[in-house]
Design a protein around this ligand. Structure first.
Ligand SMILES: Nc1ncnc2c1ncn2[C@@H]1O[C@H](COP(=O)(O)OP(=O)(O)O)[C@@H](O)[C@H]1O
Ligand SMILES: [Mg+2]
Length: 367
């Protein structure tokens, strides 16, 4: 049975809520519907940044001390507003949406402590939007010993099945953190985080230039990359570890650029993301023939150029050039995962998160 599923994603970049509708049975994608975006306000962004800083001390996943309770309410309200704006703009009635996949906002990701924390109240959201909601996708995986991330690979596989091209194919999502899905025929699905995505660069742009991000990578294009710095950063044990593996947004936040101009810093951090992606190739069964890039990083033309240089001779294309939506893929993925969750299909596998067995997940909240 085909379902109309609405996916909601708020990623580690803390930029806003992505919304996307898809028609799917949890296996196949029948059609893509419209997508939307509700940016966080300045006040919400700074609240979320403070919540991330406090979440380091969280003892368990359902604790919401201090500012985390405020941040959770803000996340829930922002998502309810995102759905209301989306349905009214696209003239969609809530009865026409079967299920909503609500990822929430990750504030702490520590799988080695069996802890991954996404804030956002699924029950309150279901009541506010009058549509059943599936939330808490990552909890069961982490409780079973998985990394709890990445969760988009099953969706990347469904997308890749509709492409007529030789494998291996790599789908790279560059959000705050970057993750790759390696697909080679129907039976090989491997995934992991590759390293930083946009988060280090965003933090640098905020500190050095008071901007939220490097639009189209124009600022990094003015700078010089410090290859020695990148080589040193790539010595961190994370990069030598084979997949599956995952990261917290702030895992590399302690890396300091040292004496560098702001533009050289932006160039170096952009190249670091590209170099970390290239580093993963040695840890995959075969070098991918084509790389398809999604997430906000696909809009950074300097990052795309650096990926092409470092992944050559493989092809590197933005997802939009294939008729996919670079901006909406993750939201679509959580719509797809919601449909899978409803049907009891696995969301994660040993080769995507390291979970011992294919794992179902998600909790249903009814309005
Ligand atoms: N036009 C653009 N040029 C360069 N970078 C961009 C652009 N638009 C978005 N980004 C980058 O993408 C990030 C958002 O990407 P997104 O895929 O939403 O990540 P996440 O899933 O972590 O929220 C922004 O913080 C910014 O770094
Ligand atoms: Mg985002």
């Amino acid at each position: 049975m085909m379902l109309t599923a609405l996916g909601l994603m708020s990623g580690t970049s803390l930029d806003g809520v992505d919304v996307a509708l898809i028609e799917t049975d949890g296996r196949r994608i029948k059609s893509f519907g419209p997508c939307g975006y509700r940016p966080y306000t300045e006040a919400e962004r700074s609240l979320l940044r403070r919540a991330l800083a406090e979440a380091i001390y969280l003892p368990q996943r359902d604790a919401r001390p201090g500012i985390l309770a405020d941040a959770e309410r803000a996340v829930t309200v922002a998502h309810a507003e995102a759905v209301a704006a989306f349905t009214s703009q696209n003239r969609i009635a809530c009865e026409d949406i079967d299920i909503v996949g609500f990822h929430g906002q990750t504030v702490l990701h520590r799988p080695e402590r069996k802890l991954t924390v996404q804030i956002g109240d699924g029950v309150a959201l279901a009541k506010a939007i009058h549509i059943p909601v599936i939330h808490d996708f990552r909890a069961a995986d982490v409780a079973a010993g998985g990394q709890g991330a990445p969760f988009v690979p099953v969706y990347h596989r469904a997308l890749a099945q509709s492409l007529d091209r030789d494998g291996p194919i790599a789908v790279l999502n560059i959000g705050g953190v970057a993750n790759v899905t390696y697909i080679d025929g129907p039976d090989t699905l491997i995934a992991c985080d590759t390293g930083p995505g946009n988060a280090l660069l965003d933090d640098h742009m905020l500190n050095a230039m008071s901007q939220h991000f490097d639009c189209e990578g124009r600022f990094a294009a003015l700078g010089k990359t410090d290859e020695a710095w990148i080589a040193r950063a790539l010595q961190l044990p994370f990069f030598a570890a084979p997949p599956p593996k995952s990261l917290d947004r702030n895992d590399f936040a302690a890396l300091k650029l040292g004496e560098m101009s702001p533009a050289d810093g932006a160039a170096t951090l952009t190249a670091f993301t590209a170099a970390a992606v290239a580093r993963i190739v040695k840890l995959l069964p075969k070098p991918p023939k084509s790389w398809i890039v999604a997430g906000g990083g696909a809009r950074n033309l300097t990052m795309m150029r650096m990926l092409r240089e470092r992944l050559s001779p493989a092809s590197v294309e933005a997802a939009d050039s294939l008729g996919w939506s670079a901006d909406a893929i993750e939201a679509q993925a959580f719509g797809f995962l919601a449909a899978r969750g409803l049907k009891g299909l696995p969301l994660s596998y040993p080769a995507t998160t390291g979970v011992p067995l294919p794992m179902t997940g998600g909790i249903i909240a009814r309005p």
